[in-house]
Design a protein around this ligand. Structure first.
Ligand code: BGP
Length: 469
């Protein structure tokens, strides 16, 4: 392709602690909400961890990270996105002192990455609120979580001051609108959670995020701290102006999160929404000032686009669309109903950049698919995942288009660079990786790692800085 990706473009992959580390109660780790959700983010919760929860062992990254990082290095990764499991550092979440063994694990992990010149990109909170904070405090509905999070963020910022430069405060922060338990640790069932409490919880997260930006910059002015939103461009289902406005309003609900992170205050359309819904956000003294500590960059996940309509009769929620919306008749979908739209990525990049003029980082994108491990003619075990290569290639071509459009893109970390447990389904069957892990939903498997065809494809993309696309 003719596009020149920036010389220092951060190519890499992304994961989250709870979806691959396993070792769910090793070295002092407390339980997180993921340890009691064996059916995924939308499924029922159990009292205690149960054996059918694939996340308890994950792909045992906790014990295999050295061999895995070696494979990432072989692909030429410049950056590796992972999260710190909050409950490894503060097992219950509300303690005063951190767990040294948890801190040591991430020290070792970051050292291992630096051995190969790979920069860590660290999410502070990726759908893994300590369970105790969920059960005792109702998660982010409770103002106290702002302080607990601040203590946690301060602890890890200080500890990894010289090892981590890139930070994300909350994974897909806007997903709390649809998944208040998974995203916000809110134990009140969704159908009983008032909009008032939901938006107050969101306010707490936004204040906590802004405080992390403030404190992080005090600890190390070179830190680059970003927000992370789930992006899903919303097209009007028809050119009917009613549909255009419906799409705009739907988009506002999500865009508000990036707006506040990037501009430091609630936008007018949110104030109108609160007024019309009878919601009053309680601001503590200092909140408005804290919110003004805006992020250095905006990062986002991108898997699909969606449509919106004002016509109630056509409002059939698109199957698999994380944040709702209506299916687009022009697009194909993955096996899980996620509609595939590479051009939507160019559209999102332009929309965010036009609006915020801040650097953008695509920190999740990829295709969840069922892979078949085969033995090729050379006698090697592999997966011929051309479908994944095509998906990623098509999306990266659109990243190139956006760069041509003048958008400042810092990097790209595809999701689940090594197979891991899926967040929505809690299954290992839904795979994203360049590296196949022999582990299955019935608990069987050797945990051996195998390079898929996409492994070599991505290696070439990185080696040529995108010219092979
Ligand atoms: C995002 C989450 C990730 C990840 C990804 C793919 O919403 O941030 O944690 O899992 O989606 O989703 P899934 O695993 O459900 O296929």
């Amino acid at each position: 392709m003719s596009t020149q990706f920036p010389k220092d473009f951060l190519w890499g992959g992304a994961v989250a602690a709870n979806q691959l580390e396993g070792a769910y109660q090793e070295d002092g780790k407390g339980w997180s909400i993921q340890d009691v959700t064996p059916r995924g983010g939308w499924g029922p919760v159990t009292d205690v961890p149960t054996e059918d929860n694939m996340k308890l062992i994950g792909i045992d990254f906790y014990h295999h990270y050295k061999e895995d990082i070696k494979l990432f290095a072989e692909m030429g990764f410049k950056v590796f996105r992972t999260s710190i499991a909050w409950s490894r550092i503060f097992p219950k979440g509300d303690e005063l002192e951190p767990n040294e063994k948890g801190l040591q694990f991430y020290d070792d992990l970051f050292d291992e990455l630096h051995k190969y010149g790979i920069e860590p990109l660290v999410t502070l909170s990726h759908y893994e609120t300590p369970l105790h904070l969920s059960r005792e405090y109702d998660g982010w509905v409770n103002r106290k979580l702002v302080d607990f999070y601040e203590r946690y963020a301060t602890t890890v910022f200080k500890r990894y001051k010289n090892k981590v430069k890139y930070w994300l405060t909350f994974n897909e922060i806007n997903s709390i609108l649809e998944a208040p338990f998974m995203s916000g640790g809110i134990s009140t069932p969704k159908d009983q959670l008032s909009e008032q409490d939901l938006y107050q919880a969101i306010h707490h997260e936004l204040v906590a995020s802004a405080r992390a930006v403030k404190i992080g910059h005090q600890i190390n002015p070179d830190f680059k701290i970003g927000c992370m939103v789930l992006s899903m461009p919303t097209y009007p289902l028809t050119p009917n102006p009613d549909d255009v406005i419906a799409a705009m309003e739907f988009d506002h609900r999500n865009m508000a999160f990036a707006d506040i992170h990037a501009r430091g205050q609630y936008p007018g359309y949110m104030k109108r929404f609160f007024k019309e819904e009878g919601i009053t956000i309680h601001f503590e003294p200092g909140d408005a000032e804290d919110l003004q500590h805006t992020v250095d960059f905006i990062s986002f996940s991108y898997y699909m686009s969606t449509c919106e309509t004002a016509d109630e009769a056509k409002k059939v929620k698109g199957e698999g669309n994380i944040l709702g919306g209506v299916n687009n008749p022009h697009l194909e979908a993955s096996e899980w109903g996620w509609q595939i739209d590479p051009q939507g990525l160019r559209y999102v990049l332009n929309t965010f950049y036009d609006r915020f003029q801040k650097p953008l980082f695509i920190v999740e994108n990829g295709l969840g698919a069922v892979d078949e491990l085969i033995t090729n003619e050379k006698g090697e075990k592999t997966v011929e995942d051309d479908y994944r290569i095509n998906y990623l290639n098509d999306h990266l071509v659109q990243v190139g288009e956006a760069i041509e459009d003048g958008v400042e893109v810092m990097g790209y970390t595809s999701w689940g660079c090594i197979d891991l447990v899926s967040a929505s389904t809690a299954q290992l069957k839904k795979r994203y990786g360049y590296i196949y892990v022999d582990r299955h939903d019935d608990g069987s498997g050797t945990l051996e790692r195998y390079r898929k065809k996409s492994f070599n494809w991505y290696k070439e993309v990185i080696a040529t800085n995108g010219q092979s696309l």
